[in-house]
Design a protein around this ligand. Structure first.
Ligand SMILES: Cc1cc2nc3c(=O)[nH]c(=O)nc-3n(C[C@H](O)[C@H](O)[C@H](O)COP(=O)(O)OP(=O)(O)OC[C@H]3O[C@@H](n4cnc5c(N)ncnc54)[C@H](O)[C@@H]3O)c2cc1C
Length: 521
């Protein structure tokens, strides 16, 4: 029998990223996967700014960036000719220290996370499969089968199912996975290709009713192609040979391609589905086990990573007896809404990218390539697009952990806005996995009173910082006078107020984060 606090089922990007977060908090966990090791395939290649921001807290962002390729330009092609170009390099400048989409193969990404785990004294139990689970309200008893076929029990306080789209845990918990299957069959292929359009841009071919996108991968002439077969191509996924993919690409492009080598390809059905709840009792679902959708916008893997990021600090506080178990219910509250929004956004993206409907097809093929770059020159278009795609715009403002008083341009529940103070990233101040109380523009008296009142009770859990009310701060928060922002350990704003007294802040903290007889957060 193995006893642990958290059993993570699945070591894909979601499970590995969750494990990496639990390491930060010193939580005891076990992570298992049926596979031999990390995936050798490229699968999800788009890494969003929000993912890089959270990796930056543990020194992994720059390492991941060095393994990939920045998507700084997009070209729109038709019939082998370039119709238009858009500059993506400025998209998120001023909004994130990582103002771009990074293209890096999932296999390399998983390996980086896995090596980080090993470097911190943890390993994955590969070739181990979860067979069953029983939650008695106090703990979960699970049966796990090891590589030699031996079945052994695991007793755990919580289980997190990161076991992918076909999640057996989700089935065992009786959670539904409502939604639709996209009518088109998708293909991906990693190829080596020589062509006249360069290797410095994401290239999108505008077909009449199909989507074909070319993503440059690190290395000479290496590309990832993602595309769809037209409606009515009803073959079984496994029955489509690579030759058919190449034929389809050339048909849609209207030109013959000089493909030198095919490194990997896959044909798959895409679904747009989400669970009805992200948790049941002591069991949680995350990543593809909780939501799947079209690859439009490269959101899937990133969303799984953010699921784990949201859950890790809550599990840590509860397991360290610093918070009441009801804090864990906010995982479902926050991430379920996010998953539903995500499905809507990716469905809309996909509809625009591949719809056969006359008007949408006309706009996509005849207007969009010519106006997109110009549209990106307008700040509100650029900012809105970046916030959505990069996942920096995700907000929990309607959720119960968010409270505010006063008038601000940001809301409690938003991610801490990014800016630089004297040339230094404000994110450098908030890397530790604890609450951060940032007090801006307080005079000495107010700051001393605040730090005395809070420090006495919460000195281990909250890092207090007094910061100047610089122009950058005023711009980012849209507030002219002194104020305070309490950041949760995942750097979303929990409490935001222009009232510098500690009273309401203490009430906020005690609502979720104190247990009678235990140290409160
Ligand atoms: C061909 C293909 C192309 C894709 N392209 C893109 C893309 O371009 N952009 C994008 O955003 N997304 C893409 N995706 C989706 C992306 O890969 C997923 O969103 C991402 O892998 C989800 O990560 P995950 O960890 O939640 O699940 P997974 O990566 O599916 O990992 C689940 C893990 O759980 C393990 N497991 C399952 N059951 C058990 C069990 N009972 N016991 C122990 N272990 C178990 C599995 O072995 C697996 O390793 C693609 C997917 C595929 C298949």
């Amino acid at each position: 029998m193995i006893e642990t606090d958290v059993l993570i089922v699945g070591a894909g990007p979601t499970g590995l990223a969750l494990a990496v977060q639990l390491v930060r908090y010193g939580v005891d966990f076990l992570i298992i996967d049926t596979k031999e090791t990390t995936t050798p395939f490229s699968r999800a290649i788009g890494v969003q700014a929000r993912t890089l921001e959270i990796y930056d807290q543990i020194g992994l962002a720059d390492k991941l960036v060095s393994l990939g390729h920045r998507a700084e330009k997009a070209k729109f092609l038709k019939g082998g000719a370039v119709l238009g170009e858009a500059n993506l390099s400025e998209l998120g400048v001023g909004q994130s220290p990582y103002p771009f989409v990074l293209l890096v193969e999932q296999g390399l990404h998983e390996e980086l996370l896995y090596n980080h785990l090993k470097g911190n004294g943890h390993d994955v139990l590969w070739r181990h499969e979860l067979l069953s689970l029983a939650d008695d309200g106090e703990a979960v008893a699970a049966d796990v089968r090891g590589p030699d076929g031996t079945v052994f029990p695991v007793k755990t306080r919580y289980i997190v199912a990161c076991d992918g789209a076909k999640s057996s845990v989700r089935h065992k918990l009786g959670l539904t996975f409502e939604g639709d299957t996209v009518e088109r069959l998708f293909y991906v292929a990693d190829i080596e290709l020589e062509w006249p359009h360069g290797h410095d841009a994401l290239q999108v071919n505008l077909g009449e009713n199909t989507l074909t996108a070319f993503f440059p991968l690190k290395g000479e002439n290496r590309w990832r192609i993602v595309g769809t077969f037209p409606k009515g191509h009803n073959k079984d996924e496994a029955a489509v040979p690579y030759e058919e993919i190449e034929e389809q690409i050339e048909h849609d492009m209207g030109v013959k391609l000089d493909i030198k080598k095919v490194n990997w390809f896959s044909v798959y059905n895409v679904h747009s589905r989400a669970v009805n709840a992200f948790s049941k009792g002591r069991c949680f679902v995350a990543g593809d086990a909780a939501h799947i959708h079209t690859p439009a916008g490269a959101q899937g893997m990133n969303t799984g990573i953010q699921d784990g990021y949201n859950l890790a600090w809550k599990l840590a506080l509860v397991l360290n007896s610093c918070a009441d178990e009801k804090l864990l219910a906010t995982y479902n509250e926050e991430r379920l809404v996010n998953a539903r929004n995500l499905l809507r956004t990716t469905d809309r993206f996909f509809e625009f990218a591949a719809s056969e409907e006359w008007l949408i097809s006309f706009l996509r093929n005849n207007i969009f390539p010519y106006v997109f770059d110009t549209a990106l020159k307008f700040d509100f278009v650029k900012n809105e697009l970046f916030a959505t795609v990069s996942q920096t715009g995700i907000s929990y403002s309607d959720a119960s952990l968010s409270a505010e008083s006063g008038k601000f341009a940001v809301k409690a529940g938003d991610r801490m806005p990014w800016f630089e103070l004297d040339g230094t990233s404000v994110y450098d101040e908030i890397k530790e996995p604890r609450f951060h109380l940032l007090v801006f523009g307080a005079d000495e008296g107010a700051w001393k009173k605040m730090s005395d009142e809070l420090g006495a009770k919460w000195q281990d859990e909250i890092i207090l910082r007094s910061l100047p009310l610089a122009d950058e701060v005023k711009r980012a928060f849209g507030n002219e006078g002194p104020f305070l922002a309490l950041l949760r350990p995942d750097n979303y704003i929990g409490y935001l107020s222009d009232d510098l007294s500690a009273k309401t802040l203490k009430e906020y903290l005690e609502r979720y984060c104190s247990r009678s007889g235990r140290p409160a957060v």
